[in-house]
Design a protein around this ligand. Sequence first.
Ligand SMILES: [Zn+2]
Length: 87
Amino acid sequence: MKKTTNAIAPMRIYCDLFGHNYEMTKKVTKHVKEYTCKCCKRQLTTNGNGKLTELTPKFQEINSILEEIYTRRMIRLKNKTLTSSIY
Ligand SMILES: [Zn+2]
């Protein structure tokens, strides 16, 4: 049985050579998303300008607030369409 626990260092070299392999891990709003590199677990997020930036604790805080506002608005919209029964 082989274990691959110390595979982090070669993976980081891989990222340096070929670039990160980002995967969307969280949808904050329609435009803001969080990404994690499958190899080295580096995290990125979309900032106010629509560009990707490092997911710092500051951005995590902003995103959680954004997410709360967004989901609340979505729930309200859903309720509205339900009561007016257009569909
Ligand atoms: Zn990476």
